[in-house]
Design a protein around this ligand. Sequence first.
Ligand SMILES: *Cc1c(COP(=O)(O)O)cnc(C)c1O
Length: 436
Amino acid sequence: MDHFLYRDGVLHAEDVPLPAIAAAVGTPVYVYARATLTRHYRLFAEALDGLPHLICYAVKANGNLAVLKLLGDLGAGMDVVSGGEYARARAAGVPGSRIVFSGVGKTRAEMAQALAGGIRQFNVESEPELEALSEVAAGLGVEAPVALRLNPDVDARTHPKIATGGAETKFGIPMGQAVAVYTRAAALPGIRPVGLDLHIGSQLTDLAPYEQAYLRLAGLTRAMRAEGHRIDRLDLGGGLGIPYTRSNAVPPLPSEYGALVRRIFGDLDCEIEIEPGRLIAGNAGILLAAAIYVKPGAQRRFLILDAAMNDLIRPTMYDAHHDIVPVQEAAPGAETLPYDVVGPVCETGDIFARDRALPAMAPGDLVAFRSAGAYGAVMASEYNARPLVPEVLVDGDHFAVIRARPTFDAMLARDTIPEWLGPPGACAEPTGGADA
Ligand SMILES: *Cc1c(COP(=O)(O)O)cnc(C)c1O
């Protein structure tokens, strides 16, 4: 369930009509519903209620400071994958003791930053990383809490670009090496092994790969404990999928996922960490855009929007489907036409949907891309010098701009013309050969 519903024929975000946001902020713009973010966080909290646990929201899904602050205030920890995300989590007020640091390529600078600012654990993905962390922590005279990220070699049955639990991917340490690396970690200066970690992929629509990976993890935990290793925490990763269409099979619910976690880990006396991103933020956001032109092509009818692939890359990058709905609700039984929905960017790949059935559209009409709250704004760029798409958070009947659209001046001010190219301003007349 989300909080983007039609009322009196107009799509609302909670109690705010979307045309009001378009008028105040312009389009394209991302719009998030506080109520949905809160609800989704609570679903996970309820699913794990009774088990010692921490829900570490995956910042990479949507890292706006307002979103992090909202979730942090509900009690969430954060899963970060860069120094920038760590800085975001801290700036939103999340204490280091609730932040886990994931990712295959942490730099020494990022390690030092997190050790200085406070960190719950590093999820370490290789021996070279472990050695670097040992040097950095020992150099600072501190101990780095470490969970080893394991690669359980399971097929997550999701899009290849977001499957991370197969042996051929760059992620994690092969399970067969876990004991050796954990033993080594315990012996290294500045390292304190606290547990094991895995994350098998994103947009999982089936619990079977989780079950397979989690059974392996639980078995390994028992075996390692029997050999005298201390394992206090198990980080089970994120990845639970969301429905991107109304017609799709419904992915497992957090409650069903929670039941699986309890069944497999309930008697292990471990602190459980999970790292959901998409399920918390995905259906808590839409991308609001306006039609610029309806262009009759030689063979197809194009709906050209003011949003483009630089604002929402998922269709181009993952062949992802987003429902696209008119903000003014179509009359019941109204005729629909097939549109190819595209943006203004000069790339053939700048296409959101083919043959999408929509009511007759006209320039200025607003549409909403559903399920765009995760991996939307965070992946946006300024390609084609299109200013970074703004973000709005709705709370009941009011809203706030939580990231403003940069002006052209602000966008240009990030570039510098070096002095040796001459004074800024008018370009010199071309010399020689010009016959103007
Ligand atoms: C991306 C990622 C997540 C979040 O995945 P979702 O599909 O958004 O839940 C969690 N943990 C790690 C290590 C990740 O890389």
